[in-house]
Design a binder for this molecule. Structure first.
Ligand SMILES: [Zn+2]
Length: 155
């Protein structure tokens, strides 16, 4: 992950299956950042079919590439309190021990975007065809995006 690569499908699917078998997942669950490619989506569909928990909806947080780039390169995490800041849009007040995730470094983000274009973007059509895709405009503040996600999932 530190090099902008993805963990192999078998490992991720095994982790998800294990997590979804815990009691709290029976009420429902959100997968964040998964699946990342068509093979994972197909394997996920099969696994969720086995578990009798099909996906209700797939939410795409749609964002202009320039805005996305700023969000990623600007993201800083406090080592002490765990809060997430952005040096451009929500800089920290007071004293925090800020670190940058290795995969948010500029040279790694280029690689992540390449991987997205080649592997993840085809999922948009995949889930559109399945009728489960909900597109949310993510170029807004956190509360607005959260409300849009709630509305998209409820629809
Ligand atoms: Zn802090």
């Amino acid at each position: 992950m530190d090099h902008g690569q993805l963990v192999d499908d078998e490992t991720v699917l095994g982790m998800i299956r294990e997590r979804l078998s815990l009691p709290d997942a029976a009420k429902g669950f959100i997968l964040d950042g998964f699946p990342r490619n068509i093979a994972q989506a197909e394997a996920l569909q099969k696994m969720l079919g086995d578990l009798h928990t099909p996906l209700d909806s797939v939410v795409l947080l749609n964002l202009d590439l320039g805005v996305l780039f700023k969000r990623l390169t600007g993201r800083r995490i406090c080592q002490d309190c765990g809060r997430v800041f952005n040096i451009y849009t929500s800089p920290p007040e007071g004293k925090h021990q800020l670190i940058q995730r290795p995969d948010d470094k500029e040279e790694v983000i280029g690689k992540r975007l390449e991987v997205f274009e080649a592997q993840t973007k085809p999922l948009i059509q995949y889930y559109q065809a399945a009728g489960s895709l909900r597109i949310v405009d993510a170029d807004a503040d956190v509360d607005t995006v959260f409300k849009s996600i709630e509305a998209a999932v409820a629809a």
